[in-house]
Design a protein around this ligand. Structure first.
Ligand code: VJV
Ligand code: CA
Ligand code: ZN
Length: 388
């Protein structure tokens, strides 16, 4: 089908569970698990499933989730009663407000996306996969004892903990438009995980308000994790050229100094132009270039999803990135196949719409060349303290 063949020598596993897609955060909530249905439909219509090992994820057990989360929080998550979101008071474990509503099947949803990321990490550990993909994961804000920013269980932390059983050093990279605060904080105190997040940074007006350039981990004498958090704070309107330059320069230097033995890339698609919550001018090509660069490092690679609030663009990005993983991105037809489910939902018939097609008028780019150079210089300085 479509000339897709299984790549020789490189194994890609695809972890999903259609049950995840059935959950609803509530009327007009920006997080729509249905975007996973749209993405999968596009991936299958291109025939890409034939080039991967597909696994239907099982639920993570409570014991597995306790590797990071408190028993108290998990018990609350499992037993919380469905309620109309209410922001009027502080809630136990930050559950039940409009960002993190309590909806039907909440615990199953969390256990399923966590199970998929844990399974994916195990495939990398036992060498059955070179690249493992879970587009339903990537929920980087969840804390050990509370929900935050649409995230309830932190599947990324759970997956990295699996990788650390086999791997001395794991590099975590986060291209979601939001700061990857939950993952950063979880590995604050170890030098075995280097976290890197690129994000829109505005301490007042943009969630979660953290992630300035100077935030590099608690700087105490006895903290091995000091300097092992890298933040790339950006302004509105960053374009592909600047984004790719920063990604390759920063990640390249991190790899040189830290010498990771495995990489986790959170591919939040809210950094794309035209996202309902995002502010950047990054295109499907620029977003995908980050995946290509990580793949070129030839290390075990876990790809997870994350944010992404304009489903047609999320589906384009994650289908393109799946094609990069299996090595057919140069050969597939950029015209969305005629038999793609919900094809009319994509508005344009190409995988790679132009900024004009997406936005009409592109957003002004508020990132000066000097700002980009200052970021690279600060991070280069910071990495002097990082050694393999
Ligand atoms: O900015 C916030 C927090 C508030 C309090 C709650 N109100 C609703 C919004 C302002 C300060 N939260 C952010 C959370 C973003 C989470 C991003 C997650 C990820 O992409 O990084 C990873 C998956 C926020 N931004 C926008 C909204 N919340 C938002 C929430 C809604 C909504 C519209 C916007 C919730 C329900 C409904 N509309 C109906
Ligand atoms: Ca980020
Ligand atoms: Zn986000």
């Amino acid at each position: 089908e479509n000339g897709i063949v299984r790549p020789k020598g490189i194994n890609v596993s695809f972890h999903l569970n259609p049950e995840i897609e059935q959950h609803h955060f509530g009327h007009s909530h920006p997080m729509k698990p249905w975007r996973l249905t749209l993405s999968k439909g596009l991936i299958i219509s291109y025939g890409m499933h034939a080039a991967m090992d597909t696994y239907v994820a099982r639920q993570a057990t409570e014991e597995e989730m306790e590797d990071f989360h408190t028993t108290d929080y998990l018990d609350y998550l499992r037993t919380a009663e469905v309620a109309i979101p209410d922001d009027s008071e502080e809630k136990p474990h930050n559950l039940g407000g409009s960002d993190c509503p309590i909806f039907e099947g909440l615990f199953d949803y969390c256990a399923l996306y966590s199970g998929a990321s844990i399974d994916a990490a195990r495939k990398l550990c036992n060498g059955q996969s070179d690249i493992a993909i879970n587009w339903s994961g990537g929920l980087h804000h969840a804390k050990k004892n509370e929900a935050s920013g649409f995230c309830y269980a932190n599947d990324i932390v759970l997956a990295i903990l699996q990788l650390l059983r086999q791997h001395p050093r794991v590099l975590y990279i986060d291209i979601d438009v939001h700061h990857g605060d939950g993952v950063e904080e979880a590995f604050w105190s170890t030098d075995r995980v280097l976290t890197v997040s690129l994000h829109k940074y505005d301490p007042v007006c943009f969630f979660p308000g953290t992630g300035d350039l100077e935030r590099n981990g608690p700087q105490s004498e006895d903290n091995p994790g000091a300097h092992h958090a890298i933040n790339v704070p950006l302004n509105d309107g960053i374009d592909d050229d600047q984004y790719i330059y920063l990604f390759e320069t920063v990640v390249g230097r991190c790899v040189d100094k830290f010498r990771p033995t495995a990489i986790v890339l959170q591919c939040g698609a809210d950094s794309l132009a035209g996202d309902r919550l995002g502010r950047f001018n990054v295109q499907v090509q620029g977003h995908g270039a980050c995946v290509s660069y990580c793949k070129s490092l030839n290390l075990p690679l876990l790809l997870v999803g994350g944010g992404g609030y304009t489903p047609r663009n999320v589906a384009r990005a994650w289908a393109h990135e799946t094609s990069i993983a299996i090595g057919c991105s140069d050969t597939i037809d950029p015209e969305i196949p005629l038999h793609t489910p919900y094809r009319e939902h994509f508005r344009h018939t190409t995988l790679f719409p132009t900024l004009e097609q997406i936005l009409g008028e592109p957003k002004p780019n508020k990132n000066s060349p000097k700002k980009i150079q200052d970021i690279v210089e600060h991070i280069t300085e910071q990495l002097r303290f990082v050694n393999a």
